[in-house]
Design a binder for this molecule. Structure first.
Ligand code: ADP
Ligand code: NI
Length: 220
């Protein structure tokens, strides 16, 4: 029998104290979104999807940079999957997802994911957009010391993975990534939700800029 609860506990211990936007609440939302999306695909292994959703940020290079520490964490994670009752094939399927789904990794190499992986990737991307996405972008921006907005700095085009990690005004991040995510969704239901969430962000950014410029004359 598979007990996803065991994996949830592992992640709760590991994620405690993260303040980069990869907090446990993000993980819970991604699990819920993944669970919802997999409901459209009865043939997809729900255990693989949920295990990947729970653990998709555990081995993030941004959070664990030391390679020995990363190796140790990977071993602990593998032990946890087995203790939760996943078969070796399921563990392999979960790693194939979590090792290749991140946005930054896909700027470096384009990875082809299984359908199970596409669902978790859609869920993770949906959590980067809409009202929660707006909150996360400002939270992340503050953690790097980025300004909210700088009208003199245009958004960058075609970011590669190194440029992606450079500090950029938060409003630019909407043009550089968040407004683009809708078109990158893998599945129709995620695309549909993304359209609604993107409309919320577009309205927010338009209002933000209008307030920022309020009363400013054309030449200052
Ligand atoms: P992933 O989890 O796919 O690797 P990231 O770690 O890059 O994605 O992003 C985590 C969260 O931080 C997302 O909500 C993302 O939009 C936000 N974020 C990433 N880079 C920036 C940035 N330069 N400015 C504002 N928010 C950012
Ligand atoms: Ni995530």
């Amino acid at each position: 029998m598979v007990t996803i609860e065991r994996i949830a506990q592992f992640v709760a211990t590991q994620a405690a104290g993260d303040h980069s936007g990869h907090d446990l609440a993000h993980i819970h939302r991604v699990v819920n979104l993944s669970d919802y999306l997999v409901g459209f695909y009865p043939d997809v292994d729900q255990t693989v999807v949920l295990a990947a959703a729970w653990t998709h940020d555990v081995l993030d290079e941004k959070l664990v940079s030391d390679s020995a520490q990363l190796q140790q964490l990977r071993q602990a994670l593998t032990a946890c999957y087995h203790a939760a009752g996943l078969s070796s094939d399921q563990v392999t399927a979960v790693y194939a997802i979590i090792d290749h789904m991140s946005y930054a990794k896909n700027l470096r190499n384009h990875w082809t994911l299984t359908l199970a992986g596409q669902l978790v990737q859609d869920a993770d991307r949906l959590d980067a957009i809409g009202a929660v996405g707006i909150g996360r972008a400002f939270y992340y921006g503050a953690s790097t010391g980025a300004p909210m907005f700088d009208p003199a700095l245009p958004p960058r085009e075609n970011l590669d993975h190194t440029a992606y990690r450079q500090v950029t005004p938060v409003i630019n991040h909407f043009y550089e990534k968040l407004f683009r995510l809708g078109d990158l969704m893998n599945t129709p239901e995620a695309k549909r939700i993304a359209q609604e969430r993107t409309a919320v962000m577009r309205q927010f950014v338009a209002e933000f800029k209008a307030e920022w410029q309020f009363g400013a004359s054309q030449d200052n």
